[in-house]
Design a protein around this ligand. Structure first.
Ligand code: ATP
Ligand code: MG
Length: 468
């Protein structure tokens, strides 16, 4: 403890140290009384990493989104560290350190504790490239940026001023290169450098702008906002996998509904998910779909904000449901029977989706399971309910069905029945199944079974219920 304290005292003032590294572009050194970062919100492991690097004579800071969140008083979900040590030098200092990436190596330092292991991502300061040579595509998009540089350069290649602050836990000071602190106070999201040029270099930054604005409640600075409308088409140059990751981050940000509104206002939603085009359509006939997706997203946001997990498969299943439902109904109208009609509709929906942003295979199989479970909730006799409850993805399918009930697309009585069935003991479950038979026989208007029977005796279809 005392040695640590002495080491901290002996460490030079970060500003002075910094000035020796960079002669130009000196940052503002922001003291604790201004940034007010609460050290309790820091990850102990991230501090271990910066301490170890600094004790070995390197520069090391917590950086990026973690500093932004800390300054907002929010506990960051992950911590990144930036240093002037090379990846090899970093790796030598930690027992569990892995080099990641071929083009530009970073180091993942893993810490094992009581919960899930924590990974601290350590990157070496990276240089900013000029717009010349073979690093840049015709559109201006940067293809390669694998050159190490000074801290000053590292700050300049970051996206927003509030994402370009470096926090030193040892001295509790923030090095602020681009006026991030002032922008935090003004609640402004401002792109570093010339915004149009930065969007051309990496069009994903347009989506990041919308996501951070939704998350922080900050306003996009006028110059940062203006070029997006003109450049929105560039988003289609981004490799599909990267686009998917970014959309997933946006949907899982805990502020997805606000972010989707932001995408629409910025004209950025077209072609990302055919479904986004669909739900953001204000035409009256899409009102039902709009309601369903709005509720699904509100539900996701609420879960994420209260620290619960959300599966991406579930989320995409909800977002694509209106489209699927439409296809399913059309297939039935063409004379197909219920289940084949559903499976054919699932193929169609996923194929249409793939023409925009490809959904990864692992999520696709979750989505198919959730969807194909839906007609099975209607079969409430014999062994069917017991078999359904044992499906590995039952919980997701059930939550999905409840969502359908909440929007009125499915009969709420069905949701209530299943909620009671899950909670009941074996005798109670038998009684519930008997009640279904009685309801059908007595013609209870609330019964989905009754509704089905009246319309089309052969088919048990939620698609038909929804069509009514
Ligand atoms: P969060 O993790 O909450 O989504 P973040 O800001 O930490 O937000 P990351 O994707 O983890 O986002 O990136 C870490 C940091 O790297 C950012 O804060 C930013 O400084 C920089 N960065 C990330 N992506 C880009 C980009 N496309 N262009 C420029 N800088 C970027
Ligand atoms: Mg981050």
């Amino acid at each position: 403890m005392i040695t640590k304290f002495i080491k901290r005292i002996l460490r030079r003032d970060p500003m002075e140290r910094h000035m020796q590294v960079n002669q130009s572009g000196a940052p503002k050194c922001v003291p604790k009384k201004t940034h007010r970062i609460d050290p309790h919100l820091l990850s102990k492991n991230a501090v271990k990493v910066t301490d170890t690097l600094q004790e070995a004579g390197y520069e090391a800071f917590i950086v990026g989104g973690a500093v932004r969140d800390l300054a907002l008083g929010i506990g960051p979900k992950d911590f990144d560290v930036a240093t002037n040590a090379t990846p090899d030098q970093v790796q030598k200092l930690f027992r569990k350190a892995r080099l990641i990436g071929r083009r530009f190596q970073i180091v993942h330092v893993t810490f094992f504790g009581k919960g899930a292991p924590e990974i601290i991502e350590v990157s070496t300061f990276r240089a900013l490239l000029d717009n010349a040579g073979d690093h840049v595509a015709e559109s201006g998009r940067i293809l390669r940026d694998n050159v190490w540089g000074s801290q000053h350069e590292d700050a300049a290649r970051r996206d927003f001023s509030i994402n370009a602050m470096y926090y030193d836990p040892a001295t509790e000071t923030v090095l602020d290169y681009h006026g991030g602190m002032a922008d935090m106070q003004k609640k402004t999201l401002r792109m570093i450098g010339d915004p149009a040029k930065r969007y051309r270099e990496d069009p994903i930054r347009m989506l990041r702008a919308i996501r951070f604005a939704a998350k922080t409640g900050f306003t996009l600075d006028a110059a940062t906002h203006a070029p997006i409308a003109k450049l929105s088409n560039l988003i289609h140059d981004v490799p599909a996998a990267r686009l998917f990751d970014e959309i997933l981050k946006l949907l899982m940000s805990g502020y997805s509904w606000a972010a989707i509104q932001g995408l629409r206002d910025a004209g950025l939603h077209h072609g990302l998910l055919p479904l986004l085009d669909h739900i953001l359509d204000t035409k009256a006939d899409s009102k039902e779909a709009n309601n369903f997706v709005r509720l699904a997203l509100a539900n996701t946001d609420e879960r994420i904000q209260s620290g619960k997990s959300v599966s991406a498969g579930f989320l995409f299943a909800t977002l694509l449901w209106p489209d699927l439902l439409k296809n399913w109904k059309q297939n039935i109208a063409k004379g197909m029977s219920n289940i084949p009609a559903l499976h054919d509709a699932m193929d169609d929906t996923i194929a249409t989706q793939s023409s925009g942003m490809t959904i990864q295979r692992r999520f696709e199989s979750d989505m198919r399971e959730i969807w194909s479970m839906q007609p099975r909730f209607e079969k409430r006799v014999g062994r069917y309910p017991y078999r359904l409850i044992e499906s590995p993805r039952f919980r997701a399918g059930y939550d999905f069905m409840l969502l359908r009930c909440a929007t009125g697309e499915q009969n709420p009585a069905l949701g209530e029945w299943w909620t009671s069935f899950i909670a009941a003991d074996p005798a109670g479950q038998e009684a519930l199944m008997t009640s279904v038979k009685t309801e059908s026989a007595s013609g209870n208007a609330n019964s989905p079974a009754k509704k089905r029977r009246r319309r089309k005796p052969k088919v048990a279809s939620p698609a038909e219920d929804a069509a009514s």
